[in-house]
Design a protein around this ligand. Sequence first.
Ligand code: ADP
Length: 158
Amino acid sequence: MVKAVYPGSFDPVTYGHLDIIERASKVVDELIVAVLVNSGKNPLFSMEERVEMLKEATREFSNVRIETFQGLTVDFAREMGAKVMVRGLRAVSDFESEMQIAQTNHSLNPDIDTMFFTTSLEYAFLSSTIVREVASYGSDVSQFVPPVVEERLKLKYQ
Ligand code: ADP
């Protein structure tokens, strides 16, 4: 039984994240999407809002659940009994920091390995930051995020 944790800020969840969630959910038995509480960033959406949007957007995947966590991802993974960490790679620019995170996590807990999914081409440029930026100018973000997120972004920026 392979249990995996997919950690991130998800501020907000995009079709890029959902692509990784869908693909990862097919190769593991259980996928825990873990929303980081104190990322040091100043989030647009509260933790509760980010969780609600993720729950709605992943309803169709029966082996995916949404949790929140504070502190080190490796500690959270250990608590959950997960030995695999899932991350997405968009471009070469992601590679350096992602490799650093994966190697740090592996030295903190040698039982844990990171599984990388390369992004689908149509989402290679997509990030939560870009989505927030586009939405803040009142532009249409329906090609980047699911309807539940689009609605919430409209409310934030109206
Ligand atoms: P963080 O704030 O830690 O970067 P994010 O929520 O932005 O967290 O991203 C979480 C994970 O999802 C990271 O591994 C990131 O590379 C991946 N990711 C984000 N956007 C995309 C995308 N468009 N395609 C594939 N992976 C993505």
